[in-house]
Design a protein around this ligand. Sequence first.
Ligand code: RB5
Length: 146
Amino acid sequence: MKVILTSDHGGVNLRKEIADLLTELGVEFIDTGCDCEGSVDYPDYGIPAAERVANGEFDRAILICGTGIGMSISANKVPGIRAALVHDVFSAKATREHNDSNVLAMGERVIGAGLAREIVQTWIGTDFTAGRHQNRVNKITDYENK
Ligand code: RB5
C-alpha cells in the first residue's frame, strides 16, 4: 500500500507522529508537508494529495489540519475520493468496512497522538467488506459520473 501524508500548519505536529507510525509499520509513504512556519491554506495541500489518490498514484491519503474538517471537505470535492473525518477507532474500522474510504482526515486540535496512532493503524489495517456496501459506494460513484 502506498500512502500520501500531508497537513496544513494546524496539523504539523500530528503529521510528524503519523509519519513515525507509518515508518514503524513499514508502510510505504511520502510526506508532502507543509514545511511551514506561518499559516497556509489547507486546500493547497489536501486537494493535490487527494488528486494523487484519485489518479491511482497512491492507494490512500492521510490529511491533517486543525480540525480535519477543512481537509475532509476539500478532499471530497475530488471525484473518486471518499474522505472520512475520523476521531475514534470504531469509525476508523467502520469507514473502511462500509465506505471503502480512501482518505482519512484528522484534526490535531481535536485528538491526541495516542488515539490518532490507533485510528491510523486500524484504518490502514481494515479491508472493505463489499457485499451490500458495494452497491452504496457504487451509487456515490454513479452520482459523480452523472
Ligand atoms: C487553520 O487555522 C484551521 O482553520 C485549519 O487547520 C482547519 O482546522 C480547517 O478546517
